[in-house]
Design a protein around this ligand. Structure first.
Ligand code: DAS
Length: 383
């Protein structure tokens, strides 16, 4: 693993040399031409803008695994690699530039690929984030995470962690061992944003590909490019060389503004998703109904449409007290109440613009406090 890390550092040093930013090594000055003009002597005292480390904000990096901790057999392997291999101390050691933006400490919460996350993983992580956010000596928190379910974990933290401090989710689409790996800059950006006062009270954020997204809106919409995360409502801003450029702020309830609190959640009720398509049979819905689900999120076609042969199956479950939430398999737009489906008549809830996987989490958190469908609908408008 150290060899891989050396490659990583080697690659970043090479990049610096090529860009002309690094101080030339002995052999390179021997061949370098004499400068045409005298170079001003280096200032005797560090410029006022360089803060000594002790005064820099303290950011805690909670590592959970994923590609950002991945390793491939060669630098040419940008898509073939093992996720969740590099421990947090090596991730941080490979990025000494972090010391220019924050005092960073790291914790290894999990070491897993995020497609394998469970509700228990979400609860454990949220509890640790909440504990750290309460500590006066912690100014911001970064969570390194696999990209597959990063949007789900980020949305869950957005709903249940009561803090105004920056919480920033970050992942990568290529392992750190690959050519043009994206993880190092994504992580630098995440720590830089988490150390920023102007990132406070904006909810849980996601820094990927130079953009600052809100965990509520963003989704992994491309499964093999570094520009993978997008939101139909756009990013909140960009982070460039450690500076944040904001263009909008969230309007939906989140974090300290949320009525939900991880400190009061011991478990998440079972809420599952059924995916709709032409010819879909009622099998999955019937099986879930028998499994004791508290709610079903229906990932409908178009504006959350439900096939006529499936409506009676959902009505049966609603009559047994199971909440029915209409979402859509279409990634953009939002589901309109009482449009093609009489939600008032069926006593169903619409997920608004939340995709099925986020609707599942909001329903689970909400059902820990209420089973009233009108209250559920209010919650889907507010979050
Ligand atoms: N398997 C993916 C995950 O852990 C790898 C990644 O893209 O991070 O989410």
């Amino acid at each position: 693993m150290r060899f891989k890390l050396n490659t990583l550092i080697g690659a970043s040093a090479l990049a610096l040399l090529v860009s002309g930013c690094a101080a030339p090594t002995a052999q390179s000055t021997a061949s370098a031409p004499a400068p045409a003009v005298a170079v001003a002597a280096a200032p005797a005292v560090a410029p006022a803008s360089v803060q000594p480390a002790a005064t820099l904000p303290h950011v805690v990096v909670l590592a959970t695994g994923g590609t950002i901790a991945g390793a491939g057999a060669s630098a040419a392997n940008s898509a073939t690699y093992a996720a969740a291999k590099v421990p947090v101390d090596k991730l941080l050691a490979g990025l000494p530039e972090l010391g220019s933006v924050a005092r960073v400490s790291g914790e290894q919460v999990f070491q897993i690929a995020s497609e394998s996350f469970t509700n228990d993983n979400l609860l454990t992580l949220a509890r640790r984030v909440s504990e750290l956010a309460k500590q006066p000596g912690v100014d911001g928190i970064v969570v390194t995470h696999g990209t597959d379910t990063l949007e789900e974990t980020g949305f869950f933290l957005n709903l249940v962690v009561h803090t105004n401090k920056p919480i920033v989710m970050v992942g990568s689409m290529r392992p750190g061992t690959a050519l043009s790996a994206d993880g190092a800059l994504n992580l630098f950006d995440a720590v830089s944003v988490a150390a920023s006062k102007d990132a406070m009270s904006k909810g849980v954020l996601v820094t990927m590909n130079d953009e600052i997204q809100t965990a509520r809106d963003v989704s992994k919409l491309v499964n093999i490019k570094t520009e993978a995360f997008k939101s139909q409502w756009g990013p909140l801003g960009m982070v460039v060389e450690g500076k944040n450029y904001w263009f909008r702020a969230p309007v939906k309830r989140h974090t300290a503004w949320s009525e939900f609190n991880i400190d009061n959640i011991s478990t998440l009720p079972p809420v599952e998703i059924v995916y709709s398509y032409g010819n879909v049979p009622p099998t999955a819905i019937q099986a879930l109904g028998q499994s004791g689900v508290k709610a079903i999120v229906h990932a409908g076609t178009g504006n959350g449409s439900v096939p006529n042969r499936i409506v009676p199956e959902l009505q049966k479950l609603r009559a047994q007290g199971v909440q029915i939430i209409r979402s859509s398999r279409v990634p953009a737009g939002f589901v309109l109440r009482n449009a093609e489906q009489p939600d008032d008549k069926y006593d169903w809830v619409v997920a608004h613009d939340l995709n099925p996987q986020k609707a599942r989490l909001l329903a689970a958190v909400a059902l820990a406090t209420t089973n009233d469908s009108r209250e559920l609908q209010r919650i889907f408008w507010d979050y």
